[in-house]
Design a protein around this ligand. Structure first.
Ligand SMILES: C[S@@+](CC[C@H](N)C(=O)[O-])C[C@H]1O[C@@H](n2cnc3c(N)ncnc32)[C@H](O)[C@@H]1O
Length: 243
């Protein structure tokens, strides 16, 4: 992958593994949080449910990659529905937390947590790949390259989120730059849906995938756009579903 991708991945590892590990652990638990963070938690719950709702109800016998799984909430839900989940994150501390939190999974599903890069080809083939809020910090060309790499090992759908470019987000982004450097999260890179669609259409490796649907979740301080890329029988023709 490109140098910007590797640089950003290493910043994200530092951020999620050290700088923000306490805050992230709390946000992804039931512990009380500030009002602002409560809106983020609610938005993320909605987004997770939305992404899970785009997967088959019964995932028995299917392999699913939770790409950038954090503390593993989505992986656990997918396993409860029968999936054999590989859940990977660059942060060893978050993977440690995810392993501690892993409940018993009744039925055929399972979760294998791993530390590493979501693009590692050794993870094998998957029926579905979900990258919830794990590509939002990368530049558009790197997001599309990452999707292209993942698509080579995906037989069904690729679900991911991006940060939509809105006036408010641009403003918050600018305001974020006023905080001292050490406290700052690696910037979220806002991206327009039309720009993303253009890049996807121009990526040859994604020729057999089409944008099947999109869904925006807006809850207080959480704003994210879910996108489903679905494998088609023949090279891509957009299905033109919900925008
Ligand atoms: C905002 S968190 C979201 C975590 C989880 N998907 C969720 O929604 O709770 C983004 C996660 O992506 C991970 N991440 C970012 N780039 C990654 C990469 N290239 N490979 C694996 N994990 C990555 C980060 O370490 C972080 O845990």
């Amino acid at each position: 992958m490109s140098t910007p991708y590797l640089t950003r991945r290493s910043q994200l590892e530092t951020y999620f593994d050290r700088t923000a590990v306490e805050a992230w652990s709390r946000l992804t638990s039931d512990a009380p949080v500030s009002k602002i963070r409560a809106t983020v938690r609610a938005g993320r719950d909605t987004m997770r449910a939305n992404l899970l709702g785009w997967l088959p109800a019964d995932l028995t016998g299917l392999r699913l990659l939770d790409a950038g799984c954090g503390t593993g909430a989505l992986a656990v839900e997918a396993a409860r529905r029968g999936a054999a989940v590989v859940a990977i994150d660059v942060s060893p501390t978050l993977i440690g937390l995810a392993r501690e939190r892993l409940p018993a999974i009744p039925g055929p599903g399972s979760v294998e947590f791993r530390v590493g890069d979501m693009l590692d080809p050794w993870l094998g083939r998957f029926d579905h790949v979900v990258a919830m809020d794990s590509l939002i910090h990368y530049q558009a060309p790197d997001i599309v390259r990452a999707l292209a790499e993942l698509s080579l090992r995906t037989d069904g759908s690729l679900l991911f989120t991006v940060a939509p470019r809105t006036a408010l987000l641009t403003l918050m982004h600018a305001a974020g730059k006023l905080f001292p450097k050490g406290d700052r999260a690696p910037a979220i890179v806002p991206i327009t849906e039309s720009g993303l669609r253009r890049r996807i259409a121009g990526e040859r490796a994604l020729a057999r995938f089409a944008v099947a649907r999109t869904q925006r979740v807006n809850s207080g301080f959480y704003l994210s756009n879910a996108i489903e890329l679905r494998k088609t029988a023949s090279p891509a023709i957009e299905t033109g579903a919900a925008r």
